[in-house]
Design a protein around this ligand. Sequence first.
Ligand code: GGG
Length: 360
Amino acid sequence: MTQPRTFRIAAIPADGVGAEVVAAGRTVLDALAEDSRGAFSFDWEEFPWGCDYYAKTGKMIDDDGLDRLKDFDAIYFGAVGWPNVPDHISLWGLRLKICQSFDQWANIRPVHFLPGVQSPLRKADDTELDWVVVRENSEGEYAGLGGRNLSGRGPGGEVALQSALFTEVGCERIMRFAFDLARTRARCKVSSVTKSNAQQYGMVLWDDVFKRVAQDYPDVETESVLVDAMSAKFVLKPEDLSVVVASNLNADILSDLGSALAGSLGLAASANLNPERRFPSMFEPVHGSAPDIAGQGLANPIGAVGSAALMLDHFGLPEQAARLHKAIQATTAAGVLTRDVGGTATTEEVTKALIAHLAD
Ligand code: GGG
């Protein structure tokens, strides 16, 4: 008989709608655990870090915060950013600090088209569209290298520098991750994205590493596409995509485009993985804190619940992850939709529908 397993999860709702969607995701996960009749359970600890915490303490996360997080099985995150704190301070002070400290170098962002959700892509109704953006999550344009006021001339004459860092090790590991992922999918293809005609050092290294790694995967179809052309391809030829691997910034932009094409940013799930499992991985919806709708019960919980499904996969519970995916599909197919996808349902109504469909 297999032992019941308790997963220790650190919940960090952080800012704005983060609180609403993390609460929704926790409710759905707890319902799933209850239904497992003791086979698995979740032991949650919630942390108050975020912009309000910064306003009170001057810190986005406590000094010992990373130490307190490091032994959890996973981190379940909401969204970071609020108008009371400059965005680069809140992002670097919390989300990026966790991703970089815990070497969560692979960020996977699936793009799923759901039944009952209107897509701006006309093809979406008659095509099974489904691709994954693999974001290099530790370096590239997010290496944090640069500085301000380099001219020393002050306002009016300021010079700032922002450098992107590409290492051969960093490029190779994310590409191998993308190729391995492609081998698990119906369409065995990796599209690599750069702007290497204009960015002639780091991104040319990326292209060179891609060609070299591809030789170890002769069964996987490949293409190298410039990011501007790839943006057009997302809209015009999405059926040609399976795994799209790109640098930190390019993948961030492309994954937002993908989720908007699928109907809404509110639907998009993500996993920030430390594939070596030396540190906890972090699961979060792609969307931000949405100050315009925060606190009104209008947030779409599907991105957060999809992220919970990715967490279950990471825990080695693929059947439970599949149950969440099915519940999401049944909920949207039944027309229980929040405002961002054309419906009138509240966060709570969608959460209740998701739980009801776990029994399907
Ligand atoms: N849940 C994702 C989130 O909070 N995103 C805020 C954000 O601004 N992210 C920028 C990034 O991921 O690069």
